[in-house]
Design a protein around this ligand. Structure first.
Ligand code: NI
Length: 135
């Protein structure tokens, strides 16, 4: 029986979107308010979806306490209350768009999660704007 389990999490972080190879005018034109040189914050909501088979011995797909701790340790502790551009290795060179943050989170969790599970990460930058990987 293939089934999916979800865990929601949350972190606050600041970012600035810009391409250092572009002029200020082009960065303003493309990234608008998100190019504010003094940064700005978002309340990111994260949904982690794990897909797999139920273990007949436990009746669980995955222990949600384990999943909760995995997200806390590897994502929330790493990104919560951080300036993504300045405080994290992941976004020193990579533009911290919702797309890139979502993919980075997926890669981090994928490396931790047993290969028998499929993984989907959805990241809300605002209640109405969100991205999902894999598409
Ligand atoms: Ni922004």
């Amino acid at each position: 029986m293939k089934i999916a389990v979800f865990r929601k999490a949350h972190f606050n972080a600041a970012h600035r979107l810009y391409n250092k190879n572009w002029s200020d005018d082009k960065n303003d034109a493309v990234f608008g308010l998100c190019n504010n040189p003094n940064y700005h914050g978002h309340n990111y909501d994260l949904e982690v979806k794990v897909i797999g088979e139920v273990d007949p011995e436990t009746g669980y797909l995955i222990d949600l306490k384990y999943l909760k701790d995995l997200i806390k340790t590897h994502i929330e502790d790493r990104f919560d209350h951080k300036n993504l551009n300045l405080d994290t290795e992941e976004f020193k060179e990579l533009n911290p768009t919702a797309e890139n943050i979502c993919f980075v989170i997926w890669k981090i969790l994928r490396a931790e999660l047993a290969s028998k599970f499929e993984l989907v990460v959805r990241l809300y930058e605002t209640p109405r704007n969100y991205v999902e990987y894999p598409a």
